[in-house]
Write a protein that binds this ligand. Structure first.
Ligand code: F6R
Length: 606
C-alpha cells in the first residue's frame, strides 16, 4: 500500500527520497511525490501520476536541492488518481505525507471553513488541521499533537515546515513507521527496506507515539508530549534480498529461491533423527501446549490458504485438537466463541494487514493466547502477539505471495509436529514429517529446476484462455484455492477453485471448451475419486491439466508428474508448479507481474 520516506541529513534529499520510494514500489501505488527544503529554506513540491519514472521526469526539468524532505507513493483511497490528490500535501506552512485513513475527515473539513482545498483527500484535511493549530507561538510538534487528538482513524505521517527547517515530525497510529538513525542523518520509512544501505539502527515507532527528528537523531513522545524512552533495534535483511539478482522479475526470483528461504525457516527447528520439532518464541509452557484444545487460524488471502492447508495436518497429527480456519475480515465482526484452552495462530507475511491485526486484538481482548506466524521482522503483528515465530522467508517484494506461503505452511507443520508430540499423536507420522521437512528445501529446489521448462510450455499453451477451474481434494483443495488465486492475481485470468467433490453441486455447469481445468491429483486414498471429477470435466469439453506425484495412468490433456519419495509434503512441491504456471501465464499475457493492477503488497486499510 502507500509508502513513506523522509530524510534529514547531509546528502541531497531528492536522491535519498527517490531511491527510498523505488524500494517501496513493490507495495503498489498509482502516484508519487516529494517535497524538500532548499538551502535557503524555500520549499519545493513535485508530484506526478503513474510510476516513479514519471516523477523523475518532472524533477529532471527542475531538480530539487537541499538536504531535508519527504516522499510518498500513493495508492488511491479518497479521490481519484490525480496530481492534486498525490502526496505530499501542503497547506500554509505545513507539508505532509500520510498513510492510513482519517475517518472523520469530512467533519474536520467542514469546520476548516477558510481553507481552499485543492484535493479530495483526507490527508490535505489533516495538513490543514495541523496548519490551523500552527500559530506563531506553537511548534510543529505541538501543532501535530493537538491536531492528532481531533482525528479518528489510522495514520503514519511525516511533516515539515520551512519555519523549522531542520525538523521532521513523525507520528503513527495503526500504520507503521521506522526511524533510521544514521551518522549525521535520520531517515524515516514505512518499511525497513527503504533504510537498508543507509543504517541498521532504527526506532520502530509504536501506536500513539510522535517523534521529532533532526540529523542528530529522534526524540519520541506520546500525544500528551511526555517523553518516551525508545531503544533502537537492528534492522534485519540484506540489500541483495530486495534486488532482482539477474531474474526478470521478483516473482520468479522469489519462486526459485524457495529452497534457500526454507533452509532459514527450518534452521535449528527440526531434528530428523529423533523426530523432534521446536519453535522458539511461542511463550507457551509445556502445560499450555498440552492443554490446547482449540486452535483458530486467522489470515487473509494466501495467508488464509496457508492456514487452511496446515489445518489438514493439525487434524491428522494432533488428537484432541479442534482446528478452525477463518478469514480475518469476516471473523473480526462475527460473534465468535472461543472455548477454554483456545489459542489463535495469526498468519501474516507483512505483519501489517489491517483485518488480521483487528482479529488479533479482538481475540486477545477475549483472553485467548495469540501467536504470530509472521515474515516481516518488527512488524505490528509480530510486536502485538503474546508469542510467535518468524517464518524467515526474507523480504518478499513481488505483490503475489509465494515463498512466504511455503514458509508459513512449513512453520505451521513444525508447530503441528510439536503439538502431536505433547498430545500423544502418532510419532511414526511425526518422524516421517520431520524427515520430509529436512529434505524439503532440496526437494523444492529439484522440483523447480526439473519442471520449470514444462510449466513454461504449458503456460504458453494455456495463456489464451480467459477462464480456469482449479480442483483438488483433501490437502490438494487448499492448494487449488491458492493456485487459482495466484493465477487470477498476476494473469487476470478468471480462475475459480473448488473441492473436487463439489463439482457436481454446481460448478460443472460452467465447463465448456473455453475453460481449462487444473487438477492437483495426490497419490493417496482419494486418488480414484479425484479422477472421477477429472473425467466429468473431460466429457464436457474442458481442457485438463494434471499436476501429480502419482505414477499411475491418468487420462487428461497435459500432465506434469513430479518424481519424489515425499508423501506428506507433496502439496508444497505441487504448489511450486502452480506458482511457475501463474508466473509464465502472466508473462505470456504481457502483464506487470510484480505489481499487478489494483493490488497492494500490504493491505493496511480495511
Ligand atoms: C496473495 C497475497 C495476498 C496476501 C494477503 C495477506 O498473493 O499476497 O492474498 O496473502 O493480503 O497479506 P499478509 O500475509 O501480509 O497478511
Amino acid at each position: 500500500m502507500c509508502g513513506i520516506v523522509g530524510y534529514v541529513g547531509k546528502r541531497p534529499a531528492q536522491d535519498v527520497l527517490i531511491s527510498g520510494l523505488r524500494r517501496l514500489e513493490y507495495r503498489g501505488y498509482d502516484s508519487a511525490g516529494i517535497a524538500t527544503l532548499d538551502s535557503e529554506d524555500k520549499p519545493h513540491l513535485a508530484r506526478s501520476v503513474g510510476k516513479i519514472a514519471e516523477l523523475e521526469k518532472v524533477l529532471a526539468l527542475k531538480p530539487h536541492t537541499g538536504t531535508l524532505g519527504i516522499g510518498h507513493t500513493r495508492w488511491a483511497t479518497h479521490g481519484g488518481v490525480t496530481v492534486n490528490n498525490a502526496h505530499p500535501h501542503n497547506v500554509g506552512d505545513v507539508f505532509l505525507v500520510h498513510n492510513g485513513i482519517i475517518e472523520n475527515f469530512r467533519g474536520l473539513k467542514a469546520a476548516l471553513k477558510d481553507v481552499e482545498f485543492k484535493s479530495d483527500t483526507d490527508t490535505e484535511v489533516l495538513a490543514a488541521l495541523i496548519n490551523s493549530k500552527y500559530d506563531e507561538k506553537t511548534s510543529l510538534k505541538d501543532a501535530v499533537a493537538k491536531a492528532l487528538k481531533e482525528v479518528r482513524g489510522t495514520y503514519g505521517i511525516v511533516a515539515f515546515s520551512p519555519r523549522e527547517p531542520e525538523t521532521l515530525v513523525v507520528a503513527r497510529l495503526g500504520s507503521p513507521l521506522i526511524i533510521g538513525l544514521g551518522e549525521d542523518e535520520t531517515l524515516i520509512a514505512s518499511d525497513a527496506s527503504a533504510l537498508l544501505g543507509y543504517t541498521r539502527n532504527a526506532i520502530y515507532l509504536n501506536d500513539g507515539e510522535l517523534a521529532v527528528c533532526n540529523k542528530e537523531g529522534a526524540k519520541v513522545y506520546n500525544l500528551d508530549l511526555k517523553p518516551i524512552a525508545s531503544t533502537p533495534e537492528e534492522i534485519q535483511g540484506e540489500l541483495e534480498q530486495i534486488q532482482k539478482g539477474g531474474y526478470d522479475h521478483f516473482l520468479l526470483k522469489e519462486i526459485m529461491e524457495q529452497g534457500t528461504a526454507l533452509k532459514n525457516t527450518l534452521s535449528g527447528r527440526v531434528d530428523a533423527k529423533n523426530g523432534t520439532m521446536r519453535l522458539g518464541g511461542l511463550n507457551l509452557t509445556p502445560k499450555e501446549l498440552k492443554n490446547l484444545r482449540h486452535l483458530v487460524i486467522v489470515g487473509c488471502g494466501t495467508a488464509y490458504y496457508a492456514g487452511l492447508l496446515a489445518s489438514y495436518y493439525f487434524e491428522k497429527l494432533v488428537p484432541d485438537l479442534t482446528t478452525e480456519v477463518v478469514i480475518a475480515s469476516e471473523y473480526r465482526y462475527r460473534s465468535f466463541h472461543l472455548p477454554e484452552n483456545s489459542a489463535a495462530l495469526i498468519i501474516s507475511q507483512s505483519g501489517e494487514t489491517a483485518d488480521t491485526l483487528a482479529c488479533l486484538r479482538e481475540i486477545k481482548r477475549r483472553g485467548a493466547k495469540v501467536l504470530g506466524i509472521v515474515n516481516v521482522i518488527g512488524s505490528t503483528i509480530a510486536r502485538e502477539v503474546d508469542g510467535g515465530t518468524y517464518v524467515y522467508a526474507g523480504p518478499e517484494i513481488s505483490v503475489a505471495s509465494t515463498k512466504a506461503f511455503t514458509a508459513q505452511v512449513t512453520t505451521m507443520l513444525i508447530f503441528a509436529g510439536m503439538l502431536a508430540e505433547s498430545h500423544g499423536g502418532n510419532m511414526d507420522t511425526v518422524r516421517q514429517l520431520a524427515s520430509e521437512l529436512v529434505a524439503l528445501p532440496e526437494n523444492i529446489e529439484k522440483t523447480l529446476k526439473a519442471y520449470e521448462k514444462d510449466m513454461k510450455k504449458l503456460a504458453e499453451k494455456y495463456a489464451k484462455y480467459d477462464n480456469a477451474l482449479y480442483l483438488g481434494r483433501d490437502t490438494a483443495y487448499p492448494l487449488a484455492l491458492e493456485g487459482a488465486l495466484k493465477l487470477k492475481e498476476v494473469s487476470y485470468v478468471h480462475a475459480e477453485a473448488y473441492a473436487a467433490g463439489e463439482l457436481k453441486h454446481g460448478p460443472i455447469a460452467l465447463v465448456d471448451d473455453r475453460f481449462f481445468e487444473l487438477v492437483d491429483v495426490l497419490d493417496g486414498p482419494l486418488f480414484e475419486k479425484t479422477l472421477g471429477g477429472l473425467q466429468e470435466v473431460r466429457a464436457r469439453g474442458g481442457h485438463t491439466i494434471v499436476l501429480t506425484d502419482s505414477k499411475k495412468d491418468i487420462d487428461c490433456d497435459d500432465i506434469v508428474r513430479i518424481d519424489t519419495d515425499a508423501k506428506l509434503t507433496v502439496p508444497l512441491l505441487l504448489n511450486t508448479l502452480q506458482q511457475l504456471f501463474a508466473y509464465y501465464v502472466a508473462v505470456a499475457r504481457g502483464n506487470d507481474v510484480d505489481q499487478p493492477r489494483n493490488l497492494a503488497k500490504s493491505v493496511t486499510v480495511e
